[in-house]
Design a protein. Structure first.
Length: 350
């Protein structure tokens, strides 16, 4: 039986998990290992009526971002104005990124946490982290260093930078930033801003290079237009990887810290390592294959991003869905409950 009625508020105690026949402990910030068999506890998750898609802000964020991004890029190419093509790149990438960010906000019930500071700091840190990464990478690896080691370097720089301020706040900041949902929310925002800034940099390059060369032939204009269009489509879909890789790591970092009672945990370190590995594989392995064997483009990068969402980001972040959202999220966004806990609860009820 499936129902869409909301569960009880996210207060201390045992709550329906979304899995029929079980309740689970919630300590106010995260699910615990306490599971109680309860035959009256129903199956809970949101029904997937197609028309409901059109009521979600995520859809409109996607559409507005992509349409505005393409419009700005077209005008920028026409006027040979790289700031406009850069803006187009940021907006087009911001469509999918904004859709995912809003989905996370809705599913983690961020609105009831009064986490406005996390939004402001996330946006500011996304800009600062991107600027720092740009300078470091420019100083260390640019100048034609397109080797495997050069590509791998980006992931080793960017993942720590995106997490730096949020983790510092986890360790030394106010109690708000120790809340796993707030921590992941801030990292998701910072990573989204980072991805949008990176898209802007990519889209500025063709028009900027043509402008500084002083060449304005019809052939060069055609080449710039083609390069801008290709980059716009690519960046629109792959920049969301920054949110997926780092957001998944943040879920493990904050959950590990919550369970260990300190900022550092082996679970968090594992999450960070996996995020870095995904980034390095994307840049140092899949990008060269796309470029040399598949004739350019980002086909393998896009496949990697999709796999990252389904097997890394969603399984990690859904562990933070609170009790009062269990009935309001899709089935695969309910917090997973290990079978060992279910068996233990069933045995205890005998």
């Amino acid at each position: 039986m499936t129902t869409t009625s909301p569960s009880s508020p996210s207060t201390l105690g045992d709550h329906p998990t979304g899995f029929a026949g079980f309740r689970r402990g919630w300590d106010g910030l995260a699910w615990t290992s306490r599971v109680v068999a309860d035959p009256s506890s129903p199956e809970l998750h949101e029904r997937h009526a197609f028309v409901r898609v059109f009521t979600h802000a995520s859809l409109y964020a996607f559409i507005v971002g992509v349409v505005a991004g393409f419009a700005a890029a077209i005008v920028g190419v026409t006027l040979h104005a790289w700031p406009l093509t850069a803006l187009g790149g940021a907006l087009a990438a911001g469509g999918p990124i904004g859709a995912l960010v809003l989905a996370v906000r809705r599913r983690l019930r961020i609105g009831i946490l009064h986490a406005g500071r996390a939004v402001v700091l996330g946006v500011l840190w996304g800009v600062i982290a991107f600027a720092a990464a740009f300078v470091i990478e420019l100083l260390v690896e640019r100048g034609g260093n397109h080797t495997v080691a050069g590509f791998a370097f980006d992931g080793l720089v960017e993942e720590p930078l995106k997490l730096l301020l949020p983790v510092v706040l986890l360790a030394t900041g106010p109690a708000l930033f120790k809340n796993p949902r707030v921590g992941v929310w801030m990292v998701v925002i910072a990573s989204g801003v980072f991805g949008m800034a990176e898209a802007a940099l990519y889209l500025a390059d063709p028009v900027s290079a043509a402008s500084t060369s002083g060449q304005t032939s019809a052939q060069i204009d055609a080449e710039v237009t083609a390069a801008t269009g290709r980059l716009l489509v690519e960046r629109m879909f792959v920049e969301i990887a920054h949110v997926i890789w780092t957001g998944g790591a943040a879920a493990l970092i904050w959950l590990g810290a919550h369970r260990a009672g300190r900022a550092f945990s082996w679970l968090g370190l594992l999450g960070f390592g996996i995020a870095v590995a995904q980034h390095v594989i994307n840049d140092a392995v899949l990008t060269p294959i796309d470029a040399t064997l598949l004739g350019g483009g980002t086909f393998l990068n896009l496949v990697w991003v999709i796999l990252g969402y389904y097997f890394w980001f969603r399984p990690r972040v859904r562990q933070l869905v609170p009790p009062d959202a269990v009935a309001l999220v899709p089935k695969r966004w309910r917090a997973r409950m290990p079978r060992a806990l279910q068996r233990g609860a069933s045995a205890g009820a005998l």
